[in-house]
Design a protein around this ligand. Structure first.
Ligand SMILES: [Zn+2]
Length: 139
């Protein structure tokens, strides 16, 4: 897996099962994303992975009009999102926006809901979070 160090294995495994899981410190309960071996808040070494909802809000977004290495499978233009995930104290994850024409309604703060899809990065199929604006998704 691209950029795979081992600590995030449960993240990729959960995506492969069609759900989203993030680590939470088993000492103090702090969400730990990006994943870390040791809690930055309390120093505890253990964490537990919890399923979280595929819903949130747009923190930031960009529309890409030009091809660059590894993105050949994506139709141009495409919209990438940085989403704040509901129920995680503002933890953020990247994903793609789907929906023809919806990119014109994209606004920071707009509510979104997601599903796990797949895309091709270079020669590898990778799971990806695919977001869609929730009904009434204006910010
Ligand atoms: Zn902790």
């Amino acid at each position: 897996m691209i950029g795979h160090t081992g600590l995030e294995t449960p993240y990729w495994s959960s995506l492969a099962e069609g759900k989203l899981s993030l680590p939470r410190c088993s000492g103090c309960g702090q969400w730990q994303w990006p994943v870390a071996a040791r809690c930055g808040e309390c120093g505890h070494w253990g964490s537990e992975w919890q399923d979280v909802p595929l819903s949130g809000h747009i923190f930031s977004w960009t529309r890409t009009w030009h091809r660059f290495g590894g993105t050949e499978a994506l139709p141009l233009p495409y919209v990438s999102l940085l989403a704040e995930i509901d129920g995680t104290d503002g933890k953020r994850l990247m994903g793609l926006l789907e929906g023809v024409g919806e990119e014109d309604r994209v606004r920071i703060g707009a509510p979104i809901t997601g599903r796990i899809g797949s895309t091709r990065f270079g020669e590898e199929d990778v799971p990806v979070i695919i977001w869609r604006l929730r009904d009434g998704g204006e910010a």
